[in-house]
Design a protein. Structure first.
Length: 154
């Protein structure tokens, strides 16, 4: 008889994103920045503070990496610039909105995923009383999503 032992199952609500706890640690850094600075600053202030926290924690943080955008024929047409790429595997995007993270903000992050090899984007909104965050994974048909977004403007 094969009985389950306590702790055999994953904790409810815990998602393994395959990054070995990096997203959890980056969320902790963002919480520390928010606790330190509070809401009310410009986005660039939080961007700079996060960059310094990455360096202090020993992470590599590419500042505004260029993610090339190609059309269906493979022609380069432009690029996206998320705020950071951490350890080459995690993209981050920072906002300083008084309103909650919007579906447009999430769509922006999905576009980042479509143009990179990264599997996760963390988006933070530092302007709220409590730090707001979302972890974004690519949709199953990310290329289809990418094409639909540009074919049907809001």
């Amino acid at each position: 008889m094969n009985e389950e032992q306590p702790g055999d199952k994953e904790k409810p609500g815990v998602v393994d994103d395959g990054l070995g706890g990096l997203t959890y640690k980056v969320i902790g850094l963002a919480m520390a920045v928010h606790n330190d600075l509070g809401p009310g600053h410009r986005e660039s202030t939080y961007h700079n503070a996060m960059h310094q926290r990455y360096l202090d924690a020993g992470y590599t943080a590419e500042n505004e990496p260029e993610l090339p955008i190609y059309d269906e024929n493979g022609n380069f047409v432009n690029f996206y610039r998320p705020d950071h790429r951490v350890n080459g595997v995690l993209l981050t995007e920072y906002k300083a909105h008084f309103h909650p993270i919007s579906s447009d903000d999430v769509a922006q992050c999905i576009d980042y995923l479509a143009c990179s090899d990264c599997k996760v984007v963390l988006i933070f909104n530092f302007a709220r009383r409590r730090l707001e965050l979302k972890r974004i994974f690519p949709p199953k048909k990310i290329t289809t999503h990418h094409r639909q977004r540009w074919q049907h403007p809001p």
